[in-house]
Design a protein around this ligand. Sequence first.
Ligand SMILES: Cc1cc2nc3c(=O)[nH]c(=O)nc-3n(C[C@H](O)[C@H](O)[C@H](O)COP(=O)(O)OP(=O)(O)OC[C@H]3O[C@@H](n4cnc5c(N)ncnc54)[C@H](O)[C@@H]3O)c2cc1C
Length: 467
Amino acid sequence: MNQSSRTSTVTIAGAGLAGSLLAVVLARRGFDVEVFERFADQRRVSVPAGRSINLALAERGRVPLARAGLLDGVDRFALPMAGRMLHEPGKEPVLQRYGQREEEVIYSVHRARLNTFLLDAAEQAGARIEFNRRLQTVDFDRRRCILVDDSGGEHERDFGVLVGTDGAGSALRSAMSRVMKTGAREEPLDHGYKEFTMPPDAGGRHVMDPNALHIWPRGGFMMIALPNPDGSFTCTLFLARKADPDRGEPGFDQLEDWPEQKAFMEEHFADAMALLPEVRQEFADNPVGFLGTLRLDRWHLDGRAVLLGDAAHAIVPFHGQGMNAAFEDVACLDELVAEHGDDWAKIFPAFEKIRKPNANAIADLALKNYREMRSDVRDPRFHLQKELEWELERRLPGRFIPGYAMVMFHTLPYAQALERSRIQARVLEEATKNASSLEEVDIEAAAREARAALEPIEMPSGKSGSG
Ligand SMILES: Cc1cc2nc3c(=O)[nH]c(=O)nc-3n(C[C@H](O)[C@H](O)[C@H](O)COP(=O)(O)OP(=O)(O)OC[C@H]3O[C@@H](n4cnc5c(N)ncnc54)[C@H](O)[C@@H]3O)c2cc1C
């Protein structure tokens, strides 16, 4: 049995977003990196449609890309979004800015485009990627893994150290669970999602404002749309899988046939419906995607194997942070490698210790943000509290940072962002409880309370230098 934790050969299972960025940084540090990916090379053949076509990239995802020298390349196909464009029935869409500073924007990136860009970068850095190789089982004692190709052929490979970036359904996680207690807990969300395409107009232009994330909040459910560089939008309908007639909440189970689908879309999303020519076909073709939170107690098997990204901590997508968190994982592991070289038995526990509380925190924040996106954004009290947040941010720079901004525009660890958000929420709640406008709020008192309850944080937070 080979228990040595020092090896310069790193095997990565899964060449998705986290796996390919990790391959870049480890290959650049001189490791011998090989990556196995279950699907064919998406640069050459089209692969089965993955989850979510486009993703919001935030500051904490940009910083690791910048560290790897890849941000300028990504920015060539990233579209900035300055806020949420709210679509309410019978009203003109209204923009709610995400932040009060010009540079406080998030970026819409096409998943496949980002992934292929990162695959190119990984190969240029010297990583070897084998496609059509699905990790099936692992013999940790012999440090050997069994991979399967799409004709069912088995391939054995020895590994030095194994990293699982094979996503929420991780095969490495399952293999680890057979030899140790990972303490995996899955918390499925009762809501699922379905994607639709909003094509460009005849001139190839976006049919709605491309510098915003569009939202149709409807209380118990919602639809969102993110712009793509080709002039299209990808729309995602989030809805309960099963209707709840007692609470009057609709569900995907009521939308099996076109007449019901059409009636539902026309009732709740009339303005979007007119811009979705393929919606009937897409209802039939696109599956209802599963959403849930995954938490583990243990992310590594001594110095032999570790999980990273969704494989360790899948979260619901409502803060747009799964990929961003996965990129932070990569940067964290890279920093630990810089410190400890190839001493994986030191690196993996340290990685878990740093990242696990943060993964748990963003899981909680993401669940909370679902409520905010589908319902709170319609509440006048929510807007009053937003106004007050911005006022307190102006008065207490470096101390009071709105909750959304801490997650999206700063690199403050998620666990700290969660803790500070809770304190700030109490201040906001207390200050606005009897007010209907900012003039009725005792801002001085709120600022005093916030100053007493919040330590200053280092400003400015790590910036990606991307402007
Ligand atoms: C609807 C939706 C919207 C989202 N929006 C956002 C957003 O706006 N912003 C954001 O930051 N995040 C978002 N996310 C989350 C984001 O998609 C994930 O957090 C991110 O993809 C995680 O990257 P990963 O590399 O860990 O996993 P994945 O991207 O899932 O990559 C896993 C890779 O492993 C491969 N693989 C799987 N099993 C095996 C195996 N057995 N052997 C070999 N290879 C294997 C897969 O083919 C894939 O290439 C969203 C998710 C969903 C579902």
